[in-house]
Design a binder for this molecule. Structure first.
Ligand code: ATP
Ligand code: MG
Length: 228
């Protein structure tokens, strides 16, 4: 797939796949094009060339709400929670593509099972949550559309180092709850440690791919990204 903005490509010929039940990471430095790839998959921008398939059907050029309805949730970069709204109201916003009230209640229960902290904070304003809890809320809101695949953009952004591991663990909980995870990270070492497979993106191209462990042990990656 090739994509970009205003007719200018910033992602060139990127080819990747995510298997059901996997945690796959796209890692790379600032401006490599990670967020752009997620935006293209979720229908916020359209590919200039190539195609995107989801569960055997083409979603190339579909609109964002159609993609969400098919089962892909996108948790964008930066904690976009509505600070003056309660935790629960923030979660319910994520269910706007679901019309069945009973199903919304079921999904809410499942999200609370996955993140008990959100249950205990459900009536509080979102702004009273810590940074890490707000990231959980953002992921929880994504889960409210009952997706098969959730794409999470830099969940660790702006968090204290000790919170980073915690929020990354959240993605494992999400996968264990039956939702496939595609994550994007600048914190390459951490991402490789937890992903089943990863793709290294360099200025809009995939430079390398493999299991998280293979990449973490690769001398070039260690030199270029891990400062080892
Ligand atoms: N809305 C936009 N309009 C024009 N160019 C953009 C837009 N958003 C991003 N770009 C450009 O596209 C390139 C890739 O940006 P992208 O946000 O995808 O990178 P990234 O890998 O997510 O970086 P970061 O780790 O800093 O979030 C950059 O050169 C950026 O300046
Ligand atoms: Mg980004």
């Amino acid at each position: 797939m090739r994509t970009g903005y205003d007719g200018v490509a910033v992602v060139f010929g990127v080819d990747f796949h995510v298997g059901q039940g996997e945690i796959v990471a796209i890692v790379g430095s600032n401006g490599a094009g990670k967020s752009t790839i997620l935006r293209a998959v979720s229908g916020l921008i359209t590919p200039m060339a190539g195609s995107i398939e989801f569960m055997g059907r083409s979603i190339t050029g579909m609109r964002a709400h159609e993609v969400t309805a098919l089962g892909i949730a996108h948790v964008p970069e930066g904690r976009r929670v509505f600070s003056k709204m309660s935790v629960e109201d923030n979660l319910l916003l994520g269910a706007h593509v679901v019309s069945d009230k009973g199903k919304i209640a079921d999904t809410l229960r499942r999200v609370y099972d996955t993140f008990p902290i959100l249950y205990s904070r459900r009536s509080q304003k979102a702004e009273t949550l810590s940074g890490g809890e707000q990231q959980m809320l953002a992921v929880g809101r994504g889960l409210m559309s009952d997706p098969k695949l959730i794409m999470v953009d830099e969940i660790s952004l702006g968090l204290m180092p000790i919170m980073v591991d915690k929020v990354l663990q959240v993605l494992k909980q999400v996968r264990d709850s039956g939702v496939t995870v595609l994550m994007v990270e600048q914190k390459i070492e951490k991402a490789l440690a937890m992903a089943d497979r990863a793709y290294v993106l360099q200025t809009g191209r995939i430079a390398m791919s493999g299991t998280g462990r293979e990449l973490a042990e690769d001398p070039e990656i260690r030199k270029a990204y891990l400062g080892l």
